[in-house]
Design a protein around this ligand. Sequence first.
Ligand SMILES: *Cc1c(COP(=O)(O)O)cnc(C)c1O
Length: 383
Amino acid sequence: MKPRLLCPGPTPAPEETLLELARPVTFHRSAQFRAVVKEVTEDLGKVFGTKQPVMTITASGTGAMEAATSNLLVPGGKAICLISGRWGERWRGLCKAFGVTAIEITVPYGEAVPPSALEKALAEHPDATVVFSTLSETATGVVNDIQGYAAITRNRPQVLVVDGISGLGVMPCPMDEWGVDVVVTGSQKALMLPPGLAFIALSEKAWKVVEANYALPNPPRTFYFDLRKYRDNLKGNDTPFTPANTLVKALRLSLKRLLEEGLENCYRRHARMAAAARAAAQGLGMELLAKTPSNGLTVFKVPAGVDGQAILGVLEKEHGIRIAGGQDVLKGKILRLAHMGYIDFFEVLAAVSALELALPKFGHAVTPGEAVAACQKAYTATA
Ligand SMILES: *Cc1c(COP(=O)(O)O)cnc(C)c1O
């Protein structure tokens, strides 16, 4: 059976990227590797939409989230966490770990946090110095209005931090243009690379906060994640610690692919796949969880009385299709179908087709071909 990976991370990597990973290991303190670092840093700047240096850290995406928290805040500080799901909750968890008071602005799963809620929170907590947000809430499939948040924070002292881990490279989030202060992402979602790298960029405003924090008598407690080290080493196209250099060389090729397609085309392709996946809902007899859906994944609500975890098992064992279920309280209740990075329309079609085959086994009747046809129609309509 041919395995097909359609989870919202990790996602498949293109052939040229995988072939690069099969090459011999090389030494990283070399002119050749510095040239690679220079190139990927420039290309990452295009994806992030920033003139600031984009730093590459050997860690999963959470490493960059931790770096943002520990450098921008000191114990006793206060941050506003905009929470629309599990990944927004991770910001709250990071605040707790670093002794930061988290003001939680929470919406029910499936909803986005409206910018007006941020406006209100800032009025009530003007002493908060950081706002944590999530571009694409991968737990629920919701996209949040980052541009709306940035319009509020850009003329205030607060620093806006965005978890772009499943959104960057899928939907626009031009950091400098929108006035976003910090963007973090990881390698294994839309950037078409295996897990292992995290990326982060800071605006001038955010760097000032970081520098001021390190000048305090009680400075941030960091070593590996001291972002000043990454920034300063990058001036010589170098890294403070041993980088995952094989992954960085592979990243070069995935970024080339992305930029050759062009960011606008890439966003359009994701929008079309998303439109197709959403159109499948009716034919599958399922509702969408997200009120404002992300273009990187589509989340279906499992019909009442049907075991979502069991559906996943049938999809994988009988059809080789690996999609994701829900996490925590959403376990068994939702199905998450990714269409980001190196996943194409025909794989989305395959997954929808497999769902049509699998759902009747759980007493949930569907008309074969109906959802597939709806996908094709939506795909054509958005051409
Ligand atoms: C996947 C994901 C993360 C977690 O990243 P790790 O690489 O597992 O540390 C965080 N936020 C979002 C939005 C994600 O999709």
